[in-house]
Design a protein around this ligand. Structure first.
Ligand code: SAM
Ligand code: DTB
Ligand code: SF4
Length: 318
């Protein structure tokens, strides 16, 4: 057989068949799967804290925090432990059970900053919340230290299909990402890994993205699905919004192929209708970020989300 003939994986074909089936069959299948593995009518509320904002050396085309683009985001460095304790307590009082801290780093820049993050993790754990961080690339020792500090999960997204990835980021490869994810899993920290829809990728790229998540040595326990928030000044500023039905299909397919994972409907909810969000929950999304802000962009506030959950008869995970 000529070497250029690529034997397509059976898994990719199964994912494609699932994604392309009639919409209502797909959502039904996803909801059936969902009910076998998760409490129904329930979402986990999570709160994000931007612990180091802007001036990032990477060139991720979607990201307002890259130093390469003029987006006018505010910049700041790590908060004090008291500030983090206060933010975590406020998040908990608002019903969040997971507190996620994100830093605009390629990788933790020096030991002092990393040690401070370890202390911040301990502060969140002391509030009896799940603690998650996203700090860019980390090595095996750093992963171990985070585990010892009590970290629940590490977020590090592959963002898109390996074959589309070079269109979006040039300053680090998808292999670099796998290396960090391997270090996280080896330290027995939960892997939180997902991506972004609406960056100009095709449906085939989305299927490849899902396949890649499924074929990871340690498939993620948590998959954030972000819709691109197109920010003025970034190379992706003019991307059209994602078709809501494509979003729902993607979530449903992730639910079917990763039945036990938490699927997090992450960035992009501000411009989504209540009906679209309801369909996402029907398709298996069971977590959202609450609060007025994600990292740098706006998010529906607590009131709007409480109204939405009440309308749907859904409750926050305790
Ligand atoms: N700097 C670290 C890194 O990239 O690994 C952590 C923070 S980074 C902001 C975390 C994730 O946020 C990215 O991987 C990307 O999936 C998501 N993200 C960033 N900007 C976004 C945007 N404009 N729209 C949707 N998602 C975005
Ligand atoms: C993830 O996948 N989405 C969150 C979290 N992980 C860190 C971040 C979304 C950021 C959206 C753009 C912004 O607010 O800067
Ligand atoms: Fe930096 Fe992370 Fe933004 Fe990429 S996504 S530019 S690594 S903050």
């Amino acid at each position: 057989m000529p070497t250029e003939v690529k034997i397509e994986s059976n898994l990719l074909q199964q994912i494609r068949d699932c994604y392309r089936q009639p919409f209502l069959d797909l959502v039904f299948q996803a909801q059936e799967t969902h009910r076998r593995f998760h409490p129904r009518n329930e979402v986990q509320l999570c709160t994000l804290a931007n612990i180091k904002s802007g001036n990032c050396p990477e060139d991720c085309a979607y990201c307002p925090q890259s130093a390469r683009y003029n987006t006018g985001v505010d910049t700041w460095d790590l908060p004090t432990l008291d500030e983090i304790r206060q933010q975590a307590q406020e998040a908990k009082a608002n019903g969040s059970t997971r507190f996620c801290m994100g830093a605009a780093w390629r990788t933790p820049p020096h030991q002092k900053a990393f040690n401070h993050v370890l202390e911040m993790v301990k502060v969140v754990v002391a509030e009896e919340m799940e603690a998650c961080v996203t700090l860019g690339m980390i090595n095996a020792e750093q992963a171990q230290a985070l585990k010892e500090a009590g970290l629940t999960a590490y977020n590090h997204n592959i963002d898109t299909a390996p074959s589309f990835y070079p269109e979006v980021i040039s300053t680090r490869t998808i292999e670099d990402r796998f290396e960090t994810l391997k270090n996280v899993a080896a330290a027995n920290i939960q892997v939180c890994c997902g991506g972004i829809l609406g960056m100009g990728e095709s449906v085939e790229h989305r299927l490849e993205f899902i396949q890649t998540l499924c074929e990871m040595d340690t498939p993620p326990e948590s998959v954030p699905i972000n819709c691109l928030v197109a920010v003025e000044g970034t190379p992706l500023a003019d991307q059209p919004p994602v078709d809501p039905f494509e979003l729902v299909r993607t979530i449903a397919t992730v639910r079917v192929f990763l039945p036990e994972t938490k699927v997090r409907l992450s960035a992009g909810r501000l411009t989504m209708s209540d009906e679209t969000q309801a369909l996402c929950f029907m398709a298996g999304a069971n977590s959202i970020f609450t609060g007025e802000k994600l990292l740098t962009t706006n998010n529906p506030g607590m009131n709007r989300d409480q109204e939405l959950l009440a309308k749907l008869g859904m409750t926050a995970q305790q």
